[in-house]
Write a new protein. Structure first.
Length: 144
């Protein structure tokens, strides 16, 4: 099959970490009137969408539903999407808390798996706090 005229865009980026490395991309585009910068911007947006769906499938169980009802499948997808939104909201709330710059950077870079771990830690701490309140309120003593 003929592809027609294509624009080839080369892109590279230097890593900012301790390990200095370069990342290269070669992009093909059939839009001759689109600037190289715009093609790279659109590719970066598209890549975020790819990451989003990969995380929905691998971390939030989007592919795990085995039911046969179409409505139930729609609801399961809704739950997966809402879970992702909740994790992002929780990230935003954590960034409001005063952390060190290093901790904030780690939270900002975290993908879904890291946000799930952060939320689990938060739940455990909240549970410990609530239990200690109950123990104090009812003067419950530890036996062993």
């Amino acid at each position: 099959p003929k592809l027609g005229e294509l624009q080839i865009v080369y892109s590279w980026k230097m890593s900012k970490g301790k390990k200095k490395s370069e990342s290269y991309k070669i992009l093909l585009c059939n839009g001759k009137e689109v600037s190289a910068r715009k093609i790279i911007e659109l590719y970066a947006l598209r890549w975020q969408i790819e990451i989003y769906f990969r995380e929905l499938k691998s971390e939030l169980g989007l592919c795990d539903y085995a039911g046969k009802s179409f409505i139930a499948q729609e609801r399961f997808i809704d739950v997966c999407l809402l879970t992702y939104l909740f994790l992002e909201w929780n990230r935003k709330e954590h960034l409001k808390i005063v952390y060190s710059q290093k901790e904030k950077a780690k939270i900002k870079k975290s993908r879904s798996k890291g946000l799930i771990i952060l939320f689990k830690k938060e739940c455990i701490e909240e549970t410990k706090y609530k239990l200690s309140e109950i123990f104090l309120q009812y003067n419950i003593q530890r036996v062993a």
